[in-house]
Design a protein around this ligand. Structure first.
Ligand SMILES: C[S@@+](CC[C@H](N)C(=O)[O-])C[C@H]1O[C@@H](n2cnc3c(N)ncnc32)[C@H](O)[C@@H]1O
Length: 262
């Protein structure tokens, strides 16, 4: 089994790999949730605070709590100026250390596919949310919707199949909808969001994608020099690059939301 703590042991590397795309897609998600100001928010699997920061900036929460399994991600989140209204703690999404009915809006952003037991995490999300409150989640549409997909594709073409998150199949709209139905939510809706993924040049792409975090990192770092050089050459040739050297493609995420019954 993949070790989530090892996969997400560096908040700065996460920021370089995913934080900027997480915030872009997260803005669509927050617009879709359309929560009114003054709500109590919980951000489960908040990581380095990339998404927590935009909750604080856009949703005017009365209370904002973030929880993640990784101590180093939480340490990064705590020093983010844009998260200065949030209270962070280390914890497990599948066993939340909050009393029943503590929050109005409980979310999991880009987390659910990493959990060994997504249904248990969703039950916990429901438990800590007040009746009438909102529980919602979004995940990259795995495998092809994740911003790192071009890297996965070229690794595979060279014979190196990098692991996806352990519960990648839960990322489809149908699977998320079923999970929310099974958990007993009302007024369930699903939505798909797309965001541009743009790098200044190839080195920006490589520095972002070759860091120490994410499910693909261990395999990437195990490549010998020849394989690494072949990978870079294949990516350089195949990534969509404009005349100015910029690389641009898109990433897609599926989202689900529902109202806690009661
Ligand atoms: C892809 S990151 C998403 C971070 C952030 N929510 C965002 O949108 O950028 C996935 C996060 O899930 C966390 N995670 C994985 N398993 C977890 C668990 N059982 N409980 C809490 N957090 C977990 C990881 O530590 C990591 O920070």
């Amino acid at each position: 089994m993949q070790d989530n703590n090892a996969m997400f042991a560096d908040g700065a590397a996460y920021e370089r790999l995913m934080g900027r795309w997480s915030q872009k897609i997260g803005q669509h998600f927050l617009d879709w949730l359309a929560a009114t100001p003054g709500k109590d928010w919980l951000d489960v699997g908040c990581g380095n605070g990339a998404f927590t920061e935009i909750i604080q900036a856009r949703s005017a929460p009365a209370r904002l709590a973030g929880l993640d399994a990784s101590e180093s991600q939480i340490a990064y989140a705590r020093q983010r100026a844009g998260c200065n209204a949030a209270a962070f703690q280390v914890g497990d999404a599948q066993n939340l250390a909050f009393p029943d009915a503590s929050f109005d809006v409980s979310v999991m952003a880009l987390v659910i596919a990493f959990l060994p037991d997504p249904a248990r995490a969703v039950a916990e999300l429901a438990r800590v949310t007040r009746p009438g409150g909102t529980c919602a989640s979004y995940m990259w549409d795995l495998p092809s919707g994740v911003p790192t997909f071009p890297l996965y594709r070229e690794l595979a073409a060279l014979g190196h199949v990098a692991p996806m998150p352990p519960n990648a199949k839960i990322s489809s709209s149908a699977a998320l909808q079923q999970l929310w139905q099974d958990a007993g939510f009302e007024a369930i809706e699903v939505q798909t969001f797309t965001t541009p993924v743009i790098f200044d040049d190839f080195e920006d792409f490589w520095a972002s994608n070759s860091g120490s975090v994410g499910p693909q990192a261990a395999m990437l770092h195990s490549l010998n020099d020849a394989d690494r050089s072949n990978l870079r050459a294949a990516l350089r040739q195949k990534l969509p690059t404009d005349a100015a050297g910029r690389i641009a493609y898109s990433a897609t995420a599926n989202a689900v939301k529902g109202r806690r019954a009661g």
